[in-house]
Design a protein around this ligand. Structure first.
Ligand SMILES: C[S@@+](CC[C@H](N)C(=O)[O-])C[C@H]1O[C@@H](n2cnc3c(N)ncnc32)[C@H](O)[C@@H]1O
Length: 220
């Protein structure tokens, strides 16, 4: 799927929890997933946080309440606008409506980078480029949290063969990668601090492959 098709796809989704999670049971999933993910994050006090693919801000609010600053990026202006509306009470969030592949930040600007479901929508070479950039943007000992759907879609179904008519309704353009793909790219410059799977997806859909990792950048 080309980049403009991908943007079009997201522009067709609602600026809502359901639009973020692409699942009719999103409210319940959101509740349990958010609790679990937040419990796995490092202490963000005083941190400068970069959230890429932030959407409407299911996590932005937490970062703004805990950290010094948050830079929230998404390429869909509708989602950015909703995120701004939800988080209007915070003055420490800056927003960028931009494609993740076009971002540019100063070296060692951030203490923490957070990605929840973005790389699965990007091509392998794009993921590699962004990981290399994140490595530059993070301070030594900075943390990177990554969560992606691996192996299957979030309900545990193997990837569908795509047809043009699937485009409106399915996740056909997602890459449900082997987790080794991510681990191999991050292994050189990061320590693995912790890893796991999102339990609510295992309980509801018997899917153990909603995977997350918390990495710490090595000191050069
Ligand atoms: C499944 S949603 C997840 C949103 C949010 N991280 C969450 O967990 O609620 C994927 C998000 O990534 C954004 N996105 C997809 N491709 C992108 C790209 N190339 N650059 C920036 N944002 C992108 C979409 O607009 C959408 O907000």
């Amino acid at each position: 799927m080309s980049r403009s098709d991908s943007l079009l796809y997201w522009q067709q989704q609602q600026a809502s929890i359901q639009g973020m999670m692409l699942n009719p049971e999103a409210e319940e999933l959101h509740h349990y997933e958010q609790q679990q993910i937040i419990s796995c994050l490092p202490n963000l006090s005083g941190n400068n946080v970069l959230e890429i693919g932030a959407g409407i801000g299911r996590y932005t609010t937490y970062f703004a309440s805990e950290a010094n600053s948050v830079t929230a990026v998404d390429f869909n202006q509708n989602f950015i606008s909703k995120n701004q509306e939800i988080n209007a009470g915070f003055s420490n969030i800056s927003y960028q409506c931009a494609n993740a592949i076009n971002l540019s930040f100063a070296k060692e600007q951030f203490d923490f980078v957070f990605i929840n479901w973005l790389f699965m929508y990007l091509e392998d070479d794009q993921v590699e480029i962004i990981i290399n950039r994140i490595t530059q943007w993070l301070k030594p000992n900075g943390h990177f949290f990554l969560r992606e759907s691996c192996i299957t879609d979030s309900k545990g179904n193997p990837p569908l063969k795509s047809t043009a008519s699937d485009a409106q309704h399915s996740h056909f353009h997602s890459h449900y990668r082997d987790p080794q793909f991510y681990l191999a790219l991050l292994g050189t410059n990061f320590y693995l601090v912790s890893q796991g799977n999102i339990k609510i997806y295992e309980e509801k859909y018997n899917n153990p492959n909603q995977l997350f990792w918390l990495f710490k950048k090595k000191i050069n």
